[in-house]
Structure formats: C-alpha cells, structure tokens
Design a protein around this ligand. Structure first.
Ligand code: DC
Length: 224
C-alpha cells in the first residue's frame, strides 16, 4: 500500500508520516530529505546548482538510500542535521525546481518503494510520484503557524550555534511556498482525490487521530 502526503513546509507532514510508519510498519520516505541531500552535496563539492548537467552528474556519482525512519544515507553515510542548515534551506527550492533533478529523485524514490508498504511525503507525491496511491492526504496550515512550528523544531535540534530567528524562518517558508507553487514540473498542488486537512488549530495527536481513522477505514475497505 502507498500512502502519499503533500503540503507546504511545516504543515505536519513528516511528523504524521513518521507516526504512520511506526504504527503501521510502513517504510517512511521523506522526499524533501533527498532534495536536501542533493543540495548538501552540491555545496560540499562546490557544484554550481545553476549548472543542471553538473547537478545530474552529481546525483549519478552517489548512491542514495532511506533508513526506515525517513533519514537519508548517501554512500552508506547518514546525513541528518547537515540537511537542515540555513545554507541548504537557502537554495533547496531552486535545486528541487530543476526538472532533471526531479526526475532522478522520483526514480530513486520509486525504486526504493517498489513492492513495499510506504508512506511518502513531499510536494508532488500525490500528483506525480505516486498518482495511484491508495491514500492521498494534503496537510496545510497558516504560514504563521508553520513558521512557529519550524522555529520550535530548530530550537530543539540546535543545528547551528547561531540561534534561529522566527522572522527569518517565516521569510524562508514564504519564499519556498512561492517557489514550490511556481515550479514548471512538480509544483505543489492539491490532488483532486486528496483529503485536505487544515492542521492550524489541531495538535499533532488530533491530526494523527483523523489520519489513523482514514487509514483504518481504507485498509478495512480494501480487505472486503
Ligand atoms: O519538505 P522540505 O521542506 O524538507 O523540502 C525541502 C525542499 O524540497 C522544499 O523547498 C521543496 C522541495 N521538495 C519538492 O520540491 N518536492 C518534494 N516532493 C519534496 C520537497
């Protein structure tokens, strides 16, 4: 079974996907982590992200895999905090807008997911990567709430010595929202057959309860 979740940054996708993966025993594919890994490698190896041929070659040079918790391994090495740095945040939307990179990332995700129960989240999972997913969700929230959630996450993760500023996070989220909506390929859209949930006024537990009921109902329906 494939569960596909899309929505803007901070809508609650990764937390909910992780909870589904843990409770239902599904593999968790966080597609944003793969775009972040490619961006991180470009920064590390001094590859200019505007040079799409060099970016394609960069992806081909490395082996990408997922751990069951949605974390990405590159050439067998776990990448975690380094994927959340302000440097990666600043250009990941532009990297993810390169159509060839999207094609490479989608094919990696599909090949890792083949024949498995998977919960995958991102911006185009319900529309492009898994258009036939049995369950499609779109998780949304206001930009203020999303910035606040990311701010608290960054404080807890301590990814940098410089403390995060909520204003910077909100600006980055709004910039990425705008870029994600304008992409020529893989733009963020609400799939016609997706269930839309506004999580602004809900706790994670409340969102999960809704999602859990949807999954149980679909699984029961599928077995009839
Ligand atoms: O979910 P995230 O914020 O970690 O994603 C990082 C960036 O990757 C984000 O700016 C949008 C992009 N992305 C995308 O274009 N398509 C996806 N399926 C997932 C992420």
């Amino acid at each position: 079974m494939k569960v596909a979740i899309d929505g803007p940054a901070g809508g609650g996708k990764s937390t909910i996907a992780r909870m589904i993966a843990e409770n239902f025993g599904f593999l968790y594919i966080n597609s944003g982590n793969l775009y972040r890994a490619v961006t991180y490698l470009a920064l590390q190896e001094d590859v200019c992200w505007q040079d799409s041929q060099a970016m394609i070659a960069l992806v081909q040079r490395h082996h990408f895999d997922y751990r069951p918790d949605g974390a990405v391994e590159v050439d067998g090495k776990l990448l975690a905090g380094e994927l959340r740095s302000p440097q990666v945040d600043a250009i990941v939307s532009q990297v993810s807008a390169i159509p060839e990179i999207r094609a490479q990332v989608n094919s990696i995700i599909r090949s890792i997911s083949e024949g498995k129960d998977v919960v995958s989240e991102g911006r185009d999972i319900t529309t492009v990567v898994f258009p036939d997913a049995e369950i499609k969700l779109y998780l949304d929230a206001s930009a203020e709430i999303r910035a606040e959630r990311r701010f608290r996450e960054r404080l807890a993760q301590k990814v940098s010595d410089i403390p995060p500023r909520i204003e910077d996070i909100r600006k980055n989220i709004e910039m990425r929202d705008a870029l994600d909506a304008q992409k020529t390929v893989g733009a963020l859209k609400i799939a016609q057959d997706a269930i839309y949930l506004d999580t602004s006024d809900l706790t994670i537990q409340q969102v999960y309860e809704k999602v859990y009921k949807i999954l149980r109902a679909r699984i029961a329906h599928g077995r009839k």
